[in-house]
Design a protein around this ligand. Structure first.
Ligand SMILES: Nc1ncnc2c1ncn2[C@@H]1O[C@H](COP(=O)(O)OP(=O)(O)OP(=O)(O)O)[C@@H](O)[C@H]1O
Ligand SMILES: [Mg+2]
Length: 288
């Protein structure tokens, strides 16, 4: 059984100016070495939860244990352990990319090689340009480098692939996977369900401040998925689709007869996408 890195119990939070609680009593555990997805509609409380767990917001109710100890009992040593990549990159626009990273790295004891990281995200050539001249995608990638400056054990990532083109998103996703392969643990929020399928070992769906589901993407697919097989085949020169229940398909004579006799164009299982599951889980919560 993997070690529990974070244990969040009955977490509640209300912003001072907020009318209602942003987080209404959520509990979850993050295990060492996993990529844990915190998903849900806009306003669900994902960023708030991440901000509480990174101690940017402190007036919460409930308990958060980090490596078995109450989060509030940690001093600045907690920040040596974690890397934070949040949705809106904050850098000094009058400093170069490299100068920015050197500035932030000074705050830590452990120092990763900045140029290696810049190279990994494709920014090495731009390291001496002012960040004010960076494109949004460049700032996002620089933000990711910033999260790794202190060789963290745990990464908080809030929408880090937002607005990246597919190649740059791929670079970041590969780095997240590398981080995990080296033993790191990740809490990730995103609206990109492809990223979730590619990266997350388990996901929690949060909606209206409450957790609706915590599962592996695979179990969610089994639970919410339509388990169907569609067979596109030719009938008198036209294609027709026949759909069968995946359950007991080996004994389904109609299906067997069809694949024996017909000229088949395609066969595929009716996979329910994570997008579908997202909508089912979170809308179900709103209707309830
Ligand atoms: N600084 C703030 N002051 C008051 N209310 C806030 C503040 N930040 C967020 N909220 C409210 O808290 C709730 C949760 O917001 P949060 O930013 O955690 O959502 P989210 O799940 O991250 O959404 P998104 O997917 O849009 O990033 C929302 O109702 C939001 O309006
Ligand atoms: Mg957010």
């Amino acid at each position: 059984m993997a070690k529990k890195v974070f244990e969040v119990k009955d977490l509640r939070f209300k912003y001072k100016k907020g009318q209602v609680e942003a987080v209404k009593g959520i509990s979850f555990t993050i295990l060492e070495g996993e990529i844990f997805g915190l998903l849900g509609p806009s306003g669900a409380g994902k960023s708030t939860t991440q901000k509480i767990m990174t101690r940017l917001l402190t007036d919460y109710e409930g308990t958060i244990l980090y490596n078995g100890k109450d989060l509030t009992s940690y001093k600045d040593d907690f920040y040596e352990d974690i890397g934070v990549g949040f949705e809106l990159p904050v850098h000094f626009s009058k400093l170069t990319g490299l100068e920015n990273m050197k500035f932030f790295q000074r705050l830590y004891k452990s120092h990763a090689n900045i140029e290696t990281l810049l190279d990994q995200v494709g920014l090495l050539e731009d390291k001496d340009r002012l960040v004010g001249e960076y494109s949004k995608g460049m700032k996002m990638r620089l933000n990711f480098v910033r999260a790794l400056l202190n060789n963290p054990k745990f990464l908080f990532l809030d929408e880090v692939t937002n607005g990246l083109d597919p190649s740059n998103a791929r670079i970041i996703k590969n780095l997240i996977r590398d981080f995990q392969a080296q033993g790191g643990t990740v809490l990730l929020s995103t609206h990109l369900m492809n990223d979730v399928e590619e990266l997350c070992n388990r996901v929690a769906f949060i909606s209206q401040g409450l957790i609706q589901e915590i599962e592996t993407p695979r179990s969610l697919k089994i639970k919410y998925g339509k388990r169907e097989v569609s067979v596109e085949h030719y009938v008198n020169g036209n294609t027709e689709v026949a759909t069968f229940n995946l359950e007991g398909i080996g004994e389904n004579e109609t299906f067997l007869e069809l694949i024996r006799r017909a000229k088949i164009e395609t066969i595929h299982t009716g996979e329910t996408s994570m997008d579908d599951i997202f909508i089912m889980v979170t809308q179900g919560a709103q209707d309830a």
